[in-house]
Write a protein that binds this ligand. Structure first.
Ligand code: GLP
Length: 273
């Protein structure tokens, strides 16, 4: 597990990383780069920088296939707060990606269980996800895998916790009653199947989840800790998201920061026993 603490804009760091990965892969129509995509406030800058790279001509999405993590149940696709709308606004309408290559869960399908199975099958058919990007909920959720989600869970309908409804109400005029209570979400097992994971967490609201990740063990109480089960997982954070680190992880990070106070990034790496 790798924790990268950066003083840089997280979105720029992550976008540069994604660009490097896609370009090094040399994707073709027969061998596309398959990118798992998140939504949320943290990744707005990531998408802004990906759009910028596209505009300056250093990144193309022609041979990129995407799968979004989740979508609210109960919002039509064209609702301004649907993840369909978010993706169009922040990426799909602005770059050269083929609409047929953009996959999102259809929460208006007549049979949601079948829709989830179709999604898993579509991921399998393209050969799996090359790089899964993600954000982190205040309570440590990844995608909409709330605390208690099984580590081998697959794409399925989920209920959102009051904590998540409260956190996401800022996108719904701060009115919790407007926030959908259900969603379709890829599972933790679906995420762990990807070849590589890059998750982002910023600010003090995510500090408790980040601190839990750096303590020993994997627990369904904090789905973010599942990243430790993956051989190529990185959590990218800003210093504010590290504010609650304690014990050895804190000592190691403090030592790194003292040794290189002017560095832009510090990397903590460890293997879970
Ligand atoms: C939602 C999404 C998650 C995302 C989380 C973090 O709940 N379903 O996938 O990680 O928001 O959002 P933010 O970056 O706005 O804190």
């Amino acid at each position: 597990m790798r924790l990268v603490v950066t003083k840089m804009n997280l979105g720029l760091w992550a976008a540069a990383y994604v660009k490097e990965k896609i370009n090094a892969f040399h994707p073709t129509p027969e061998k596309p780069f398959v990118l798992g995509l998140p939504t949320g406030g943290t990744v707005v800058d990531l998408y802004a920088n990906l759009r910028l790279f596209y505009k300056e001509g250093t990144l193309s999405f022609k041979n990129v296939v995407t799968f979004n993590m989740d979508e609210y149940v109960g919002l039509p696709k064209d609702h301004p707060q649907s993840y369909h709308s978010y993706m169009k606004q922040h990426l799909f309408n602005e770059v050269d990606i083929r609409p047929a290559n953009c996959h999102l869960l259809n929460t208006q399908a007549p049979d949601l269980i079948q829709e989830c199975a179709r999604y898993e099958e579509a991921i399998r058919r393209v050969g799996g996800i090359t790089l899964f990007l993600g954000g982190v909920g205040k309570n440590g959720h990844i995608a909409f895998n709330e605390p208690g989600s099984a580590l081998d869970s697959r794409t399925r309908p989920v209920d959102l916790t009051p904590n998540t409804i409260q956190a996401n109400s800022r996108f719904f005029l701060n009115d919790e009653s407007r926030v959908p209570t259900r969603a379709l979400s890829v599972g933790i097992g679906t995420i762990l199947d990807a070849q590589e994971l890059l998750f982002l967490a910023s600010g003090p609201a995510k500090a408790a989840a980040v601190a839990r990740l750096t303590r020993p063990g994997v627990t369904t109480d904090c789905p973010l800790t599942a990243l430790k089960l993956h051989p190529h997982a990185t959590l990218l954070v800003d210093p504010a998201a590290c504010a609650e680190l304690t014990g050895t992880p804190k000592e190691r990070l403090d030592a790194l920061m003292q040794a290189a106070p002017y560095a832009e990034h510090w990397t903590l790496e460890w293997t879970e026993k």
